[in-house]
Write a protein that binds this ligand. Structure first.
Ligand code: F6P
Length: 542
């Protein structure tokens, strides 16, 4: 493969800069062309991306696809899937795709990564799913031989956000046999508030940590252990499961080998949901639905590997993001969901994207000269409409938006359909209102029609007009199922990978989180000894 360059040196990038410097058509103008609107859609794995509300001309789209080719994106993708050590600062392969692959894709269709990887993945997946089923069926017993009814998952970052998000999205049994709880924050109240409702005789714990050195997680695990001890339980390890790439560290802390699930250093923490880290999800939804979740992600992997660039969902989303971030100067990315069960997705994507692409050096150590990963934020759409959408419509920030909604929803209330239509109408209304806006003339006209005096019309028109021209993607899920959720998460993973490949930054390390940890360790000692009050001059204390 030819070596990808600093992006701003490519002909495609320079062409895009020229395109962005010309007056672009407005979205109001672009959206008059219904053939264009129909054309700017792509579909795969139960997901449809409508990108007609992007300020894209045919030339810009062509230049973006040229950029993908000039940065050797297909070759970089193939290196990822082949298991090359593309995480170069840690000298590791990046193979979370292997975690969701089936045994084989049929005769003559071997996976692109080494076969030994698939073998170990399948064996550990089976161990994890068997354990999850045992827990679901009430065969994990507490000290009084009663089934464990509550599972508390302790972990943080990638060892928490994914399972938490997916359980919230997919757990829909009203009274599950085993309730799953999550604790990530080391504030004592976080663990306390969960434990306060539980019975130590019927509670099991999962301690999830890739490294098994994360202090927040070990602190919470120690307090959970103390909670059992205070209830007279000494054989605490029977009520604990460890999930880690470092089983030796778990063993050194007393965790039982038969209760230790593992994964591998070629799985990034924020990409680990598909591994044993998914145990809480498997407990919440069961083997079949967990496997469907993996199948959806695998289907997206196959789409990413095989679909032409112009119809390839992750590639398109990455390119549209680059157009917004680098050429339309949009520093933030809102993810706004019109289906409540995806309410935790923005927080999950925040880590996935910002920890991956919050980088400012190229692989050769040179400083990047273009903007890289955006600030990712978001929540539920309808709630956002009553909170921060004002800024989207009339504020001074440029915000890139991914709207997310479902076409169909399984009934859960007598009027589920009415709720669904309400959400869909609001999603479409917001996308349209942001794109088209309402100019002063139209605003004045509507105020006059409402009977306002001419003086009032003049006074209020600037306040009640909308510039519009706010770009967005709309991502429709056919329905929220384990399969489509898997595909959706994999879509964003690959989008993030593509952007890193285009910008030429390392997506799979996270050295930026280290310095604060080191400083905190030093200060912790001072705080414990009382030599440094919390409001002290920390620079001199450290
Ligand atoms: O501090 C950041 C981080 O290293 C994340 O990358 C990771 O997901 C999280 O901490 C938790 O790490 P671990 O799974 O090793 O406890």
């Amino acid at each position: 493969m030819h070596t990808p360059a600093q992006p701003q040196t490519t002909a495609a990038w320079q062409g895009l800069a020229l395109s962005a410097a010309q007056p672009l058509p407005t979205l109001r103008e672009l959206l008059q062309d219904s053939a264009r609107t129909q054309a700017l859609r792509a579909q795969a794995c139960g997901l449809t991306l409508d990108f007609s509300r992007q300020r894209l001309t045919p030339l810009v789209l062509q230049q973006l696809l040229d950029l993908a080719r000039q940065q050797a994106l297909p070759a970089q993708r193939d290196a990822l899937f082949a298991g090359e050590p593309i995480n170069r600062t840690e000298d590791r392969a990046v193979l979370h795709m292997a975690l969701r692959a089936p045994a084989g894709d049929g005769p003559g269709h071997a996976h692109p990564w080494p076969a030994a990887i698939t073998e170990q993945v399948l064996a550990e997946r089976e161990r994890m799913l068997a354990l999850a089923e045992r827990i679901r069926q009430g065969h994990w017993l507490g000290p009084r031989r009663q089934p464990i009814t509550d599972l508390v998952a302790i972990g943080i970052g990638g060892s928490d956000l994914g399972p938490r998000m997916a359980v919230h999205a997919l757990q829909n049994e009203p009274r599950p046999a085993v309730r799953v709880h999550f604790v990530s924050n080391p504030d004592a109240s976080a663990l306390h508030d969960v434990l306060a409702t539980l019975d130590p005789m019927r509670t099991g714990f999962v301690v999830a940590s890739k490294t098994f050195t994360t202090q927040e997680t070990l602190l919470n695990a120690a307090s959970a252990r103390r909670w059992l001890a205070d209830a007279g339980i000494t054989a605490w390890a029977r009520q604990f499961i460890a999930i880690t790439t470092a089983p030796d560290k778990a063993a050194a802390l007393g965790f039982a080998p038969e209760h230790t699930l593992r994964f591998w250093d070629w799985v990034g923490g924020r990409y680990s949901l598909w591994s044993s880290i998914g145990l809480p999800l498997a407990v919440a939804v069961g083997r079949e639905r967990f496997e469907a979740f993996l199948a959806g992600a695998h289907a997206m992997d196959t789409h990413f590997r095989t679909a032409p660039l112009a119809q390839n969902l992750p590639v398109l989303m990455a390119l549209l993001g680059v157009w917004q971030r680098n050429f339309l100067n949009t520093p933030t990315q809102l993810v706004t969901s019109y289906t409540a069960r995806l309410g935790l997705l923005p927080a999950y994507l925040q880590q996935m994207d910002m920890e991956s692409n919050g980088k400012r050096v190229h692989p050769d150590g040179q400083r990047v000269r273009v903007a890289t990963g955006p600030i990712v934020w978001g929540g539920l759409g309808i709630d956002g409409q009553h909170a921060y959408y004002q800024l989207l419509h009339q504020g001074t920030h440029a915000v890139a938006i991914d709207f997310m909604g479902v076409r169909q929803q399984a009934p859960c209330l007598p009027d589920t359909e009415a709720h669904l239509r309400f959400n869909q109408a609001n999603l479409l209304a917001q996308a349209q209102a942001l794109a088209l806006g309402r100019d002063a003339q139209a605003t004045a006209h509507s105020l006059r029609a409402a009977g306002l005096s001419e003086a009032e019309v003049q006074r209020l028109t600037p306040h009640r007009s909308f510039d519009g021209n706010v770009s967005s993607n709309v991502l429709w899920l056919d329905a929220l199922t384990p399969f489509t959720l898997g595909a959706l998460v994999a879509l964003y993973e690959h989008k993030v990978f593509c952007q890193a490949a285009l910008w030429q930054v390392h997506a799979f390390d996270q050295w930026g989180v280290e310095l604060g940890k080191v400083v905190a360790q030093g200060l912790q000692q001072h705080l414990a000894e009382g030599t440094c009050p919390p409001d002290a001059d920390t620079a001199s204390a450290a």
